[in-house]
Design a protein around this ligand. Structure first.
Ligand code: DAH
Length: 347
């Protein structure tokens, strides 16, 4: 790059810096800007044959800065000022209330929109939904879920803990004990417990396109007399087929969770390539979707439900991943990033 080009680039950078732009009101300010004047003066020092081309470049730079100022002004005028500190005063008429952005400036987050679809499928299967909590304790995170103190399985749920010992839940299973206790009366009335629990969960992760410190899970619990693993498989197969509007094959493979016995990982045939192999299923044709199993007798007992009388199944899996697969979203971090160009694709 020759010296003249270098000079134009440097001047452009200086003038477009936000600090410098703030000091320029209009076209005449730009024309008078000392950085530009230096460039104009410099024209005279160049060999005659280079002057026209260089002059043209400097003029283009001037026009670019003026355009930038115009677009900032337009944007400023189109936005209603927001005073976030302004309280809503119930004694004032609506016209005199602080001008906050109205709801129609926002949109439903893609995860919440999908969650509504997901819950709708479970409502039609007779489930109730309860949202999980975003702060919890050791008993609900571990003790009630049959993780003995010091058990290595606790390490799989590495999350954030406050100085007081409160825990940012690493999974929605923290709700199992509460839900079992709350709905125990249904069992006594000869009704099943059928509850899904969506919620935000947290993990101490090394973040990349597939790992976020904050994400969403959906937990499910079903308890009644004579419930067996076939009921679990049928329920989840029905759900996945409804969500991906497609017939799917399901496999279960053995796994370990302290709170289920036996424990499984449920694997689904890839809804996008019908087992042929594609980028969504990493070319294997099958995708691991949820952890699940038959609720451990100790978990039922911890909620005062008699495991010799009742049995049940439970499952838990990521909502983000379901949605990423459905819409071909390549990076989980988009969901929490507040990126408007991402969010606006789901208006
Ligand atoms: N909580 C487990 C996890 O986040 C997933 C899970 C597995 C939930 C089995 C369950 C279950 O309810 O029965 O890894």
């Amino acid at each position: 790059m020759d010296y003249t080009q270098q000079k134009v680039i440097e001047t452009r950078k200086l003038l477009l810096s936000s600090e410098r732009l703030k000091t320029l009101a209009d076209k005449s300010d730009v024309s008078k800007a000392k950085e530009l004047r230096e460039l104009y003066q410099y024209i005279g020092t160049l060999p005659t044959e280079q002057r026209a081309a260089f002059g043209k470049e400097v003029n283009q730079l001037r026009d670019e800065i003026v355009e930038k100022l115009d677009s900032i002004r337009e944007l400023d005028q189109s936005l209603t000022p927001i005073d976030l500190s302004a309280p809503f005063d119930i004694n004032l008429p609506i016209e005199q209330q602080p001008k906050l952005l109205t709801a129609d400036h926002g949109s439903i987050h893609p995860l919440m929109r999908e969650l509504a679809t997901i819950l709708d499928i479970f409502y039609r299967m007779g489930f109730t939904a309860i949202e999980s909590r975003q702060i919890d304790d050791d008993f609900h995170m571990f003790g009630s879920l049959n993780f003995p103190v010091g058990h290595p399985a606790r390490d799989d749920y590495d999350t954030f803990i406050t100085k007081e010992g409160l825990i940012a839940p690493a999974h929605t299973s923290t709700m199992q004990n509460r839900v079992l206790k709350q709905y125990k009366t249904d069992l006594e009335a000869d009704l099943p417990i059928a509850v899904v629990i969506p919620g935000r969960v947290f993990r101490n992760e090394d973040m990349d396109a597939r790992h976020e410190h904050t994400f969403y899970q959906l937990e499910g619990i079903y308890v009644d007399k004579t419930i067996h693993a076939g009921n679990l498989i049928a329920t989840l197969k029905t759900f996945f087929q409804a969500y991906y509007t497609k017939d799917l094959d399901i496999k279960i493979q053995p796994f370990y969770f302290p709170f289920t016995e036996p424990s499984f990982e449920l694997v689904m045939s890839c809804p996008f390539c019908s087992k042929k192999g594609c980028s969504v299923c990493s070319q294997v044709g099958w995708i691991e979707m949820v952890g699940c199993g038959m609720i451990h007798p100790n978990v039922l007992s911890a909620a005062n439900i008699d495991p010799t009388k009742y049995s049940g199944f439970a499952w838990g899996g990521g909502i983000d991943r379901l949605v990423m697969m459905k819409y071909n979203i390549e990076d989980i971090r988009y969901f929490e990033a507040g990126k408007l160009d991402f969010l606006r694709q789901f208006l």
